[in-house]
Design a protein around this ligand. Structure first.
Ligand code: ADP
Length: 403
């Protein structure tokens, strides 16, 4: 495929996009942009790949915010696609359910199926689907591809995938899925690129951002992961609780008279670092705070991260390699150190100087576990998957337009 591809990553309060030039299997970043604070104080910033600022301004919050944002994307990319036409759009989609193990060319029937999965991803799935539908309206000629965060985990250990619940619910698809799959795909590819030897090691990848999870991986394949049916399980996160006793939910309903919607709101938006600190879900804010509750929140984050990691190690029956990634994992030597100190029993030994420098390898040579920092790149995975799906469909003589 030759031309450009737009990679779109729609979150609950942000919309990130990147434009790539594609020549065969070579991808070159052209533009990167981001709408932040979509529900409160929308702001748009766009830069060329070389760093030149194209725009950086606040937007009026309007009734048709989503539509407005997509139209702005089209106007920003227009000069860059004049000689390199836009060939396709790749969307990060949170949940592919039991049906999708691979990225897929979208049509109305698939979008309808993806809508049925909204209860399992109330924070992200609606935003993902809203931008797909808007693109269809504005540019029905464009092929659109969904790249799923669940897909990487489709073949995890069968026992890791199951909840011990009655068979009839298992048959209906209530199982553990796992998320952050685009990020894990990128890391698995990087491990293989670094060395064929490295990718064979039993590895835990810690994707620590506003949403956090871990993946137990070997030979570039997922074996277990900390999130389950929804992206609420596993590690404590910015505003999400992570795993709690299911009995807590039932007790809150019965003893506190909370409705399912109220509990959902509490566990997705009011818990995690924000809930425990009472200050913020943003780690940087907590690190800068003198409040003892900020320290307690950070301490609990580290404690629970190590606890979840031990589950990944138990599934793999060992760990020789640990990778930190995403906003916190890539940028916070303090959190990496706190986590690694609690993992000394597994033979993890950090090299403080390398850690403070955010070096590629941050463990000592004598550490039984090699610890790395690998910056993730979900958008390049979106672009690669989108290009592959569209090229294969064209080669098979398929009509690739959405409509
Ligand atoms: P998402 O993409 O899910 O919005 P990110 O991967 O960008 O999230 O991670 C956001 C988190 O990373 C926030 O908690 C933020 O405070 C944290 N973070 C980013 N940079 C740093 C840093 N230099 N030190 C500590 N935490 C950081």
């Amino acid at each position: 495929m030759n031309g450009t591809i737009l990679a779109l990553n729609a979150g609950s309060s942000s919309l990130k996009f990147r434009l790539y030039e594609v020549e065969g299997d070579k991808f070159t970043l052209v533009l990167r942009g981001q709408f932040d604070g979509v529900n409160e104080n929308p702001h748009l910033s766009v830069k060329e790949a070389g760093g030149k600022e194209i725009c950086n301004f606040d937007l009026e919050i309007g009734e048709h915010m989503q539509e407005d944002m997509l139209e702005r994307i089209f106007s920003v990319i227009k000069p860059y696609t004049a000689s390199r036409p836009l060939q396709a759009v790749g969307h990060r989609v949170l949940h592919g359910g039991g049906r999708f193990a691979d990225p897929v060319l979208l049509n109305d029937e698939i979008v309808e199926y993806l809508e049925t999965l909204i209860p399992m991803g109330p924070l992200h799935q609606p935003a993902n689907l809203a931008s797909i539908k808007l693109f269809r309206r504005i540019r029905p000629d464009l092929p659109q591809v969904a790249c799923f965060d669940t897909a990487f985990h489709v073949n995890i250990d069968e026992r890791a995938a199951r909840y011990p619940i009655p068979l009839e619910y298992e048959a209906k698809g209530y199982r553990r899925f796992g998320f952050h799959g685009l990020s894990y795909t990128y890391i698995a590819d990087r491990l293989r690129e670094i060395s064929e030897y490295l990718v064979k090691k039993r590895t835990v990848v810690a994707h620590l951002g506003s949403g956090s999870s871990m993946c137990a991986m070997r030979n570039g394949k997922a074996i277990d992961t900390t999130m389950g049916l929804t992206p609420l399980g596993g590690l404590m996160m910015g505003t999400r609780s992570g795993t709690v006793d299911p009995g807590l939910v039932l007790t809150l309903m019965e003893a506190e008279n909370l409705s399912p919607a109220e509990i959902k709101h509490m566990l997705y938006y009011k818990s995690g670092l924000l809930g425990v600190s009472g200050i913020s879900g943003d780690l940087r804010v907590l690190m800068a705070s003198e409040d003892p509750n900020a320290k307690k929140a950070i301490d609990l984050f580290v404690f629970r991260a190590c606890r979840e990691l031990s589950i990944m190690v138990a599934t793999m029956q060992g760990m020789e390699s640990l990778v930190f990634s995403a906003g916190i994992g890539e940028n916070s030597p303090v959190i990496r150190k706190l986590i690694c100190e609690r993992l000394a029993w597994l033979g993890v030994q950090l090299d403080d100087e390398a850690n403070n420098a955010n070096a590629e390898i941050i463990s000592c040579p004598e550490s039984r576990v090699e610890v790395r920092v690998i910056p993730t790149d979900e958008e390049i995975v979106l672009a690669r998957q989108t290009s592959r799906v569209v090229s294969e469909a064209l080669a098979a003589g398929q009509d690739v337009a959405y409509a």
